[in-house]
Design a protein around this ligand. Structure first.
Ligand SMILES: Nc1ncnc2c1ncn2[C@@H]1O[C@H](COP(=O)(O)OP(=O)(O)O)[C@@H](O)[C@H]1O
Ligand SMILES: Nc1ccn([C@@H]2O[C@H](COP(=O)(O)OP(=O)(O)O)[C@@H](O)[C@H]2O)c(=O)n1
Length: 346
């Protein structure tokens, strides 16, 4: 069965403390998509079980009132309006979460809850089995890695910020033990999906986020665009690179004019309003507005960013939107007239 073009899911799997939840939550915000923190769901389940609640009641409670919030590089978890982030990160809940995660009844109930997050514009789902078990047909599967020493150091800082006092050596031992337990369990073990893209998160947080965002930009348009738009897009991409190398803008404009007229005829009525959207977004992505026209030609990923932004901003049907976005992309790459853009933006 082919992947459903309309359903965008980005999965972020990986070992403990590689940055799954904080990076995936920030990525979801940047993309304007829903976020699912499956690790927190296992932690909450353990937390409420320790307080005597049964699985059904926990599932109901979380379905009704679970919320994730992203705050400056960290993610917080709220249930019934209460921030439970620190409480679900203490050592007892952490160990219990990994223990109950081996239980098939727990996994089945929580799988239903997790799949329910797939609505709206798209979903970024974080956890250990998001790409392998819960969303095997995801649009993009990222798998985060980092050395255990790096992870333990980060986890120590994170827990200290929550008011806890962890010991570094103890954390290294716990991380290794939990990784081993998660990797070797019989159901849904922590393994990279066959089609996963690896991201080493040893780098700076912003750099990791940018890298993940660029991965989305690379796959998303092709995943959801109709074939004929993919062809247009590829052509724009190739030609823009060629012309950027040659520095020959006028030939490029001539080509675009013909192409644009043909597209306008083909998608008549579909492109209303599109011509002004793209310049606004491209302007936001280009750090040096004076040389924006050159940057656009030299940096084709700006076109992809523009397309994605238009997609996020307008939210109509994917088909229609990507006709618009592809044409916006052409416009951005080819128009090459900063004054005209400013005139349009006003
Ligand atoms: N470069 C980085 N990449 C990912 N996380 C980082 C980075 N630098 C610091 N961190 C911090 O590491 C901690 C662990 O990240 P978290 O998202 O909770 O990991 P996980 O969900 O994989 O256990 C967080 O406090 C996060 O802000
Ligand atoms: N999709 C998931 C997410 C978490 N889990 C379990 O839940 C525990 C806590 O997950 P977490 O993502 O909050 O843990 P960290 O990676 O933050 O250390 C893990 O040790 C796993 O055993 C899982 O089995 N499947």
């Amino acid at each position: 069965m082919s992947k459903d073009r309309r359903s965008i899911v980005v999965t972020v799997d990986g070992q403990s403390s590689t940055g799954k939840s904080s990076l995936a939550c920030a990525l979801a915000n940047r993309l304007g998509m829903n976020f699912l923190g499956s690790g927190s769901i296992y932690r909450l389940c353990a937390y409420f079980m320790l307080r005597g609640k049964d699985l059904e009641a926990i599932k109901e409670l979380l379905t009704e009132s679970l919320a994730f919030k992203s705050t400056q590089g960290d993610m917080s978890v709220w249930v019934q309006g209460e921030d439970l982030t620190a409480k679900i990160n203490d050592a007892q809940v952490t160990k219990m979460a990994s223990d109950i995660a081996k239980d098939v009844a727990v996994r089945t109930q929580l799988a239903d809850l997790q799949k329910g997050f797939q609505s709206g514009l798209g979903l970024v789902a974080e956890g250990r089995d998001m790409g392998t078990v819960i969303f095997p047909r995801a649009t993009l599967k990222l798998f985060l890695t980092a050395d255990v020493a790096v992870r333990a150091k980060r986890r120590k800082v994170q827990l200290e910020q929550m008011g806890l006092s962890p010991d570094y050596d103890q954390l290294v031992m716990e991380l290794k033990a939990r990784d081993h337990q998660d990797e070797t369990r019989a159901i849904s073990p922590l393994v990279p999906a066959k089609d996963a893209v690896f991201v080493d998160t040893a780098a700076h947080w912003d750099e990791n986020l940018e890298q993940m965002y660029q991965q989305v930009l690379m796959v998303l348009p092709k995943q959801v665009m109709p074939k004929e738009v993919v062809q247009i897009f590829d052509q724009v991409r190739q030609d823009s690179m060629r012309y950027a190398q040659l520095g020959n803008v006028s030939d490029y404009e001539r080509w675009w004019k013909g192409c644009s007229e043909a597209s306008s005829k083909k998608f008549q009525g579909e492109i209303i309003g599109a011509s002004w959207l793209c310049p606004i977004y491209v302007r936001d992505f280009i750090p040096d507005p004076i040389n924006a026209h050159l940057s656009i030609l030299q940096n084709t990923s700006a076109v992809e960013q523009a397309m994605l932004s238009v997609f996020i901003a307008t939210k109509p049907s994917y088909e229609r939107l990507f006709y618009v976005a592809a044409l916006c992309g052409q416009y951005a790459v080819l128009s090459n007239r900063l004054l005209a853009l400013q005139d349009i933006v006003g």
